[in-house]
Design a binder for this molecule. Structure first.
Ligand code: PLP
Length: 390
């Protein structure tokens, strides 16, 4: 293994088949054969290594996991059918009835639904803390608190949580620190370096990077991942070999793609910053971001997402979205194609207005996932839409 992200993401591959292929093949098979009854027994008993059944593992999912583990600096992992299967699995496998989760309030919409509507059914409760108020989090820890769950940068508020603080806080209170690293990707930030025990991903976003397949990852220490692997083996959120194959190929270009996403996003954010039609633009690597210094400390670059509040609130935001010619209106992000989303009426519509207000999602807020088109075309599209939506 190299010490360089780019090399590992390209050169870690499953061992060659007897065809000696250069590019790793797709192992579209549900199960794997044994040469004897004894080999089958020993493989099931974990006495020898080998694939058994694609719900447990498959060369394509193992390949993806090996690459991401190298990138994140984690010991072990599991790939799942979607990001939400990873979020669910990371919590459900490690906690039990009576346990409590402390979470940052700014969470992905469906993760919020898990914590507030799904886990309480099984006696797992949670409390939210505000990122702007971290010195008060001590008071939120209960005797049964077992996990600290955070997302940084957050979706869509782009709030940054100090990973060093989170690592120390989790250690001091003996909590399992889980970080959803979807927005940053391991190219920009590695939470395990700061003490995260578990790192989760929606691979659907930047890891795929072209809006094709769903996928998720749970990564972490060998010890905790044993529990997670037991859980996923028997509950069945396995990724399809095809999706794992796509995502493993995508890892080869993650670094160059992220460099360009971040470059285009910074240029677009800088364009908006000087614009009279904009009330607020938020981007982690703009000096105007309230946590600019922190973002610089823990992220290599600012990421590909910008949020905007247009002058004229909800109606203006809708007109702006309707006037975009090239940029797509869709719920995904992290795609090669630039995407605009209106969180209050779509991804975060299930939250109450008060819940949205507390995580900074106003009715006029627009989320822009800056893609890989030429920067001049991206800026021309938003500029025209700003003018036409006046
Ligand atoms: C999209 C997303 C998820 C959920 O992932 P899916 O692949 O859509 O299931 C979780 N967390 C964050 C931060 C996301 O953006």
């Amino acid at each position: 293994m190299s010490k360089h992200f780019e090399t590992n993401s390209i050169r870690i591959n499953p061992s060659k088949s007897n065809q000696k292929e250069h590019s790793s093949p797709l192992y579209l098979t549900s199960s794997f054969t044994f040469d004897s009854a004894e080999e089958a027994r020993a493989t099931f008993a974990d006495e020898i290594e080998g694939n058994i059944y694609s719900r447990y593992a498959n060369p394509n999912s193992t390949d993806l996991i090996d690459k991401i583990c190298a990138a994140e600096g984690t010991e072990a992992g599991i790939a799942t059918a979607s990001g939400m299967a990873a979020m669910f699995g990371s919590i459900a496998s490690l906690l039990q009835q009576g346990d409590h989760v402390l979470a940052a309030r700014s969470l992905f919409g469906s993760t919020h639904q898990l914590l507030t509507r799904v886990f309480p059914k099984w006696g797992i409760t949670s409390t939210y803390g505000d990122i702007s108020d971290i010195h008060n989090w001590e008071k939120l820890v209960q005797p049964n608190t077992k996990m600290l769950f955070i997302e940084t940068p957050s979706n869509p508020g782009l709030e940054i949580i100090d990973l060093e603080w989170a690592g120390n806080f989790a250690k001091a209170h003996n909590l399992i620190l889980v970080v959803d690293n979807c927005f940053a990707t391991p190219y920009l930030q590695q939470p395990a370096k700061w003490g995260a025990h578990i790192v989760t991903h929606s691979a659907t976003k930047y890891i795929d990077g072209q809006g094709r397949v769903l996928g998720g990852l749970i990564l972490g220490t060998e010890e905790l991942m044993k529990e997670v692997q037991f859980f996923t083996r028997h509950t069945g959120p396995a990724i399809s070999p095809f999706n794992a194959w796509i995502l493993s190929k995508s890892m080869e270009t993650l670094g160059v793609r992220m460099d360009r996403h971040c470059e285009n996003a910074l240029k677009t954010a800088t364009y908006f910053e000087g614009n009279q039609e904009i009330d607020q633009v938020k981007y982690p690597f703009l000096k105007s971001h309230p946590q600019y210094e922190l973002a610089k400390k823990q992220m290599k670059l600012g990421g590909g997402i910008i949020t905007l509040t247009l002058k004229g609130g909800l109606e203006r935001a809708k007109r702006f979205i309707d006037q975009l010619q090239m940029i797509s209106v869709t719920a995904n992000l992290g795609d090669s194609r630039s995407i605009v989303t209106h969180p209050a009426s779509t991804t975060h519509s299930k939250l109450s207005e008060e819940e949205r207000a507390r995580v900074g999602i106003t009715d006029g807020l627009v989320r822009l996932s800056v893609g890989l088109e030429h920067i001049d075309d991206i800026i021309e599209d938003v500029e025209k839409a700003l003018n036409r939506s006046k």
